[in-house]
Write a protein that binds this ligand. Sequence first.
Ligand SMILES: [Zn+2]
Length: 115
Amino acid sequence: MHEYSVVSSLMDLCETHAKKHNATKIEKVVVSIGERCGMDKQLFMSAFETFKEELDICKEAVLDIVDEKVELECLDCKKTCTPPNLEYGVCTHCGSQSVRLIKGTQMQLLSLEMV
Ligand SMILES: [Zn+2]
């Protein structure tokens, strides 16, 4: 499953960070999940629970998920906007349809609390 591979690489990232800071334990992992990244939050959480058991340093870690709203950038008026509904294809400033998603499509590691 998609969620499992994402969480797996997230764990690698956590471990790398922990090693770099000589931490012995990760207490909290904060990630943001984009509205449109196609990830199931429940699955993501259960994948996290599974993986953290395999990693000594993460065993007691708590997962905190922040929702990331979709944000669009208009290629015509160069402004950014947050679509008010599920209409992701139109600029709310000028009505142009030349927009691209700049936020809300990814999972990102925001912060780690370690000791
Ligand atoms: Zn526009």
